[in-house]
Design a binder for this molecule. Structure first.
Ligand code: N2P
Length: 436
């Protein structure tokens, strides 16, 4: 009897724990986003808006990452139950290949009569680029673009000429030794270096930019590694998110970085009297897109859909853009209008906003001109070969110390040697005093 009672009690406890956690989880939304990628107050505003739309409370647990690969491994290997995450294009491709994403479903929005900002504001350009993310599965059915941009060079024109910054070779230019930063993002460093090394083949038409984005051959990996090893002694850091700040403080003069970090750094630097600029090198580069997705292990897909929808509301997109420096992937005309500045030169944005936008006065770093986009390509997933890239990256980062490490080590050795010399001198003078 006692045994039966115990089993019933245990079963009841399990059932109540399960239903409690299920109930709790319905009121919780776990968001995993890049750091510095959302405006202050947006999460609180989402919680209030969600209550207005659905009548339910929601608590957002907001977590951040700095590197695509670490975020992916938490889901792929750790099966973490994030409801919404924001991977880059080639990671979306991989997640689709590995069955890690759930398709978008707008039923929940329809039930509450909530306006669908996703469908309304997706630019045809974004739709087209997203359809190229995965050749086998249409990424538009599983992801909604959030921000996008280019990869290029942020530089300080006081010390670095525009000509030098216009080539990826700048990362190993001895003139800037010790003042060069590389992004700690292996794919985003590998791709431009490979583009630089394959200039002749690109010019002669032997290979296309797009083909290079899938080139994971041992030969190309070795060539990129060799150039990075050459650059390494002059590199003062591999940064995930602090590079933009190092540039504003003049601690570095060259930074291989994303356009959004450039916009942020240029504005912050100007406020303290430092001038910075950004360029997409002539040899070509990558154009990237980060999109919201709902991973397979998500537990609150309905709230996730509301969250993604809220991020596509034009006023929210504008706030996120203005605070982070990144371009929202939002095709609403009011988003473009919010960025017009009559003092700037015209940029051709017809590819993004349609014919009427072929000459709009906006910041060309934020919104790249058609000519820049034409020399940029989309990165692709390498599947199993990704391991080869990560090994190469470890070799580069871990092998030889960078300039700053050398300086720190040098100073430490001198300090130890100095202290030893001083103490020896003290001892010997004490000894000589004794002798006298
Ligand atoms: C912002 C990160 C931007 C990610 N901190 C670029 N793919």
């Amino acid at each position: 009897m006692n045994k039966i009672f115990k089993s019933v009690a245990v079963a009841a406890a399990i059932i109540s724990a399960v239903s409690l956690s299920a109930k709790d989880r319905k009121d919780i939304l776990k968001v995993y986003n890049w750091s510095d990628y959302i405006a202050e107050g947006v999460i609180d505003d989402f919680e209030a808006w969600y209550k207005e739309q659905t009548g339910n409370d929601i608590e957002v647990i907001y977590m951040t990452f700095d590197v695509n690969e670490s975020m992916l491994s938490k889901i792929e290997k750790g099966h973490e139950d994030y409801d919404v995450v924001c991977p880059s294009d080639y990671i979306i491709e991989r997640m689709l290949n590995n069955g890690l994403l759930l398709p978008l479903d707008f039923d929940a929005l329809e039930k509450t009569g909530t306006e669908n900002y996703i469908v309304k504001n997706t630019s045809p350009y974004i739709r087209n680029m997203f359809s190229q993310i995965n050749p086998k599965i249409d990424a538009n059915k599983y992801s909604v673009a959030f921000m996008w941009g280019t990869t290029g060079i942020i530089y300080n024109p006081e010390f670095v000429s525009k000509e030098d910054a216009s080539t990826w070779n700048v990362i190993r230019n001895p003139k800037y030794f010790g003042k060069i930063l590389l992004k700690d993002a292996p794919r985003d460093v590998y791709a431009p270096v490979l583009i630089y090394l394959k200039q002749d083949e690109l010019k002669s038409g032997k290979v296309t930019l797009q083909e290079l984005m899938s080139d994971s051959s041992d030969e190309s990996l070795a060539a990129v590694e060799a150039m990075l090893m050459e650059a390494k002694p002059g590199v003062c850091g591999f940064e995930a998110d602090l590079g933009k700040e190092q540039m504003t403080k003049n601690r570095a003069w060259v930074s291989l970085n994303w356009s959004g970090d450039a916009v942020w750094a240029i504005e912050e630097a100007a406020a303290v009297g430092v001038t910075l600029d950004y360029i997409v090198p002539e040899e070509g580069s990558t154009v990237w897109f980060d999109g919201w997705v709902i991973p397979k292990y998500a537990k609150n897909t309905e709230a996730a859909t509301y969250f993604i929808n809220f991020m596509c509301r034009p006023d929210i997109a504008i706030r996120n853009m203005e605070e982070t420096g990144y371009i929202a992937a939002n095709g609403a005309w009011e988003v473009l209008e919010s960025q017009i500045d009559e003092s700037l030169d015209p940029v051709d944005l017809s590819y993004f906003f349609g014919e009427e936008a072929d000459s709009v006065r906006v910041d060309p770093i934020l919104y790249p001109d058609r000519a820049v986009i034409e020399r940029c390509a989309l990165e692709h997933d390498w599947g199993e070969d990704t391991e080869k890239l990560l090994d190469m990256w470890q070799n580069v980062k871990g092998s030889k110390a960078g300039a700053v490490t050398y300086i720190i080590l040098g100073v430490a050795v001198l300090a130890i040697a100095g202290a030893a010399f001083a103490s020896k001198k003290k001892k010997s003078s004490r000894h000589s005093k004794k002798r006298r």
